[in-house]
Design a binder for this molecule. Sequence first.
Ligand code: PEP
Ligand code: MN
Length: 296
Amino acid sequence: MKIAGQVSLDDMPRIAPLLSRATNPQYGDHQTRVVEVRGVRFGGDRCVVIAGPCAVESHEQTLAVAHAVRNAGGDMLRGGAYKPRTSPHDFQGSGLEGLCILSVAREQTGLPVVTEVMDPRMVSEVAKYADMLQVGSRNMQNYPLLAEVGRTHKPVLLKRGMAASLCEWLGAAEYVARQGNLDIVLCERGIKAFPSGEYSRYVLDLNVIPAVQELTFLPIIVDPSHSTGVSAMVEPASRAALEFGSHGLIIEVAAFELGTPLCDAAQAIDKQTLERIVQFARARAERTEEAIRAAA
Ligand code: PEP
Ligand code: MN
């Protein structure tokens, strides 16, 4: 039976010719395209750890977390100035003021900043402040937004839609690439699947990492915070993601001494946990290098 609109992974060279390995033999079977964000390299030898608050709430809170991320050895700062919230009555982010706070945090810590843009009309404004533009799970198939971020030529962090197939995800990435912007990093952030919501927020689909790497040359990172929704699961999920070959992590951290975060408090980790995750990532890279040397 033929069903209209149904696609399979065999269709990827047609759906995403700019990003498929099959149509870009220069990348061979294993090579990853390195995406560079102000000196931070996604898809290189080093696992990239992005960390920061869910939302930019205040100067004090963001600066405290940013310094903690830098002291822990993190590579980049995350933080939403524009937040996609389930209820319009909930905190929506601090907007332009939040973007300015992120700029101050970058100046003080030297960490490049990734922040979410939700509205195509806001892309050029957000791009003035961000080093990398995040397209969130809820907007993965917002095609005008994808084209607009593609036109900025800023690196893009494209989160997987919470109910998106791999075909749909790579098709979305192709909309960015179509504008001449191939600086795209994919991010697995958990999918809605049985039994999501019972003991974790979503189901962390680690199996998708090797599948992505087989189909495309783009780097892929994992968000252990939104995928689990439980702070105690963030550290083991981070380790598991690295074992599956993730090129990096994006993690929510809180400065609990300043109070409970306004969004996603249950999944926020403290500074000490972040330090352990960064140490694991660095030690793992050394182990891998040793193994490569031993095999040579
Ligand atoms: C976020 O990273 O701030 C976020 C809202 O994540 P997601 O789009 O994956 O839900
Ligand atoms: Mn969050």
